[in-house]
Design a protein around this ligand. Structure first.
Ligand SMILES: [Zn+2]
Length: 357
């Protein structure tokens, strides 16, 4: 049995409420099993409300948790069955961090969904050492779990899409509470009928209180949203556009660098490379966040690669439009204006913006 200070330390690190680590074991080079125990000894009988600590049976099982550094974490959990001393009912204690019958913790589920949103099912699977079909099972189960949860506080709603896996289950729309950043629903399709059905299920009180809906620019259900959420302002999903713009900007930076390496004249080559080196993060950052060194970097880069400098200015211009407090009609006009000048550098991003109007 490992020493107590170490167990205490791991308890702190895994940071699950009311949970104490009682043992651990490295089962492979990169996998650790952590045995945990509920600090609360008593459970409440679901039938009569009586509290009891009388154990009917121990029930050990293993669930997957979020990784610790490079270690894959398996939690060995005892979900005790208790027997009510008043009405004799046998029941399983409830554990906050894991839903009954699930093989993963709630926080792992949230992490996977977030990563699926940012990338796709396959990458999320690799990052969490799951198979794609395990991730899809998780999404399926979360879909059911999330639908049971109520969202009375919802004010800012995001509708997002999941990049679909070829031949896999067609998970398509994810609805997110933008204030808590938590997914509130996973829908298998992102067509109008499915979205409308889900929104109706929220009830008119919730629908009326929603102030803002953020959607992917290319998802064509703006009119539906306006109809069903009378008080919501529809905002273009800035996140997606900025992501694409930054990708195009970074691609150009790499091309410039590749070309610079091939310059025959040594002095010219070295000057150009000096201007381009370490420019990745200053280019992606917003103007206001640049420190003096980074500002100087942008300045010298503009000298050796004027077109890349122009792209940086274009990127900052569209970010200004997103951040300004203007109506969606004014914004649309400005976006279109922007696409006129930026098309030669940002063809993909411009197409995204144009299909949105
Ligand atoms: Zn009871």
């Amino acid at each position: 049995m490992p020493s107590n200070p170490l167990l205490h330390f791991i308890t702190k690190v895994i940071n699950l409420e009311d949970i104490k680590v009682i043992n651990y074991d490295f089962i492979t080079d990169d996998e650790i099993v952590i045995e945990v125990e509920n600090k609360l000894k008593v459970g409440q009988c679901p039938q009569c409300g009586n509290t009891t600590d009388k154990i009917h049976q121990n029930h050990w099982y293993t669930v997957r948790d979020i990784p610790l550094s490079d270690y894959q974490v398996l939690l060995k959990v005892n979900r005790r069955q208790l027997r009510c001393t008043r009405c004799r009912k046998v029941f399983s204690e409830s554990l906050d961090f894991i839903k009954t019958r699930r093989t993963y913790t709630k926080r792992l589920a949230m992490k996977v969904i977030k990563e699926v949103l940012e990338t796709n099912v396959e990458s999320a699977a690799i990052r969490n050492r799951m198979t794609a079909s395990e991730v899809e099972t998780l999404l399926k189960e979360q879909e059911a779990d999330l639908l049971k949860e109520k969202t009375p506080q919802l004010k800012k709603l995001g509708i997002d899409e999941i990049t679909q896996l070829k031949g896999g289950k067609n998970y398509a729309a994810v609805l997110v509470d933008l204030e808590t950043r938590k997914p509130i629903a996973l829908l298998e399709k992102r067509n109008k009928a499915v979205i409308a059905e889900y929104l109706s299920s929220l009830g008119s009180e919730v629908l009326n209180q929603i102030e803002e809906v953020s959607i992917d620019l290319w998802i064509p259900y703006k009119s539906l949203i306006q109809e069903m959420l009378p008080n919501a302002q529809v905002v273009a999903d800035r996140f997606h556009v900025m992501k694409q713009i930054n990708q195009e900007l970074d691609q150009r930076r790499k091309q410039e660098k590749t070309a610079a390496v091939k310059i025959k004249n040594r002095q010219e080559r070295e000057e150009k490379l000096a201007g381009l080196t370490h420019s990745k993060y200053p280019l992606l950052k917003k103007k206001e966040s640049l420190n003096d060194e980074e500002k100087a970097k942008i300045h010298s880069l503009q000298k050796v690669a004027p077109e890349l400098g122009e792209m940086y200015r274009n990127k900052e211009e569209i970010r200004d439009i997103f951040e300004s407090q203007i109506t969606s009609d004014e914004a649309l006009y400005k976006f279109l204006e922007w696409t006129e000048t930026a098309y030669k550098f940002f063809p993909k991003s411009c197409r995204t913006i144009k299909t949105a109007k």
